[in-house]
Design a protein around this ligand. Structure first.
Ligand code: ATP
Ligand SMILES: Cc1cn([C@H]2C[C@H](O)[C@@H](COP(=O)(O)O)O2)c(=O)[nH]c1=O
Length: 222
């Protein structure tokens, strides 16, 4: 294992936003762009990213049957999956100098479990400190658009896949609006790290803006 004190670590970039805003679509673009710049890139996602963390993802996303998932259990599962992901994938990649691009990370916890479920931010912050030990993304690209339009996109994708809605996708509009507002509040509080992208435009325009903002950051880091 490389020595974290002497090896320059790679960069950690996250994509965030509500359901259907285009995170998966744009993650591929970011990864291709960074690879074209010559970086080793690890593309991953949360919850998940390792076999055990993916098993925890299934527990989180499986629709509630006879036994609804308690919201504190949900929060702890999110952080259990994150601890596994950090230990097995994210920290080793960063330590060897690779760049990590992750579809969702802890901002999602503040947005979904904090904004959506109403869990106090201070409680989330305690778990964040315990699990992450100070590791936070270098850059977060927040894809933002009105909730109703994102829901229409999501419906289009679900129809195409013949897919059922997962446990979060079954939530009500008020939940998603609270998630969106919590994301925007976090972006306002951390403007250096979080860049808000207007995800409501056509794909070409969204991708042009995203690459322009990413290139600004790459320039600043070089
Ligand atoms: N800018 C855009 N304009 C129109 N359609 C788009 C745009 N970006 C993505 N889409 C389409 O919207 C749907 C949702 O996109 P995508 O799956 O990338 O979103 P997501 O944020 O990853 O969703 P989820 O939160 O459910 O994982 C897909 O069918 C995708 O092709
Ligand atoms: C990291 C994280 C995720 N979630 C929720 C948000 C989404 O509904 C699902 C993940 O599925 P997607 O394919 O990325 O849309 O998990 C959460 O509630 N809290 C978190 O910290």
């Amino acid at each position: 294992m490389p020595d974290e004190r002497t090896t320059p670590r790679g960069r950690f970039i996250t994509l965030e936003g509500g359901e259907g805003v285009g995170k998966s679509t744009n993650l591929a673009l970011v990864v291709d762009h960074l690879r074209a710049c010559g970086h080793e890139v690890v593309a991953t996602r949360e919850p998940g990213g390792t076999p055990r963390a993916e098993a925890m993802r299934r527990l989180l996303l499986d629709p509630d049957g006879e036994e609804p998932l308690d919201q504190d259990a949900e929060l702890l599962l999110v952080f259990a999956a994150r601890a596994q992901h950090l230990a097995r994938v994210i920290r080793p990649a960063l330590a060897r100098g690779a760049w990590v691009v992750c579809d969702r990370f802890t901002d999602a916890t503040y947005a979904y479990q904090g904004g959506g479920r109403g869990i106090e931010a201070a409680r989330i912050a305690e778990l964040e400190a315990f699990v992450q030990q100070g590791l936070t993304p270098d850059l977060t690209l927040l894809l933002d658009m009105p909730m109703a339009a994102a829901q229409r996109r999501l419906e289009g994708r679900l129809k195409g896949q013949g897919g059922e809605r997962d446990r979060f996708e079954r939530e009500r509009g008020t939940f998603f609006e609270a998630v969106r507002q919590a994301y925007l509040a976090r972006a306002e509080a951390a403007p250096e790290r979080m860049v808000v992208i207007d995800a409501g435009a056509g794909l070409a325009a969204v991708q042009a803006e995203l690459l322009a903002r990413l290139d600004e950051r790459l320039e600043a880091w070089s």
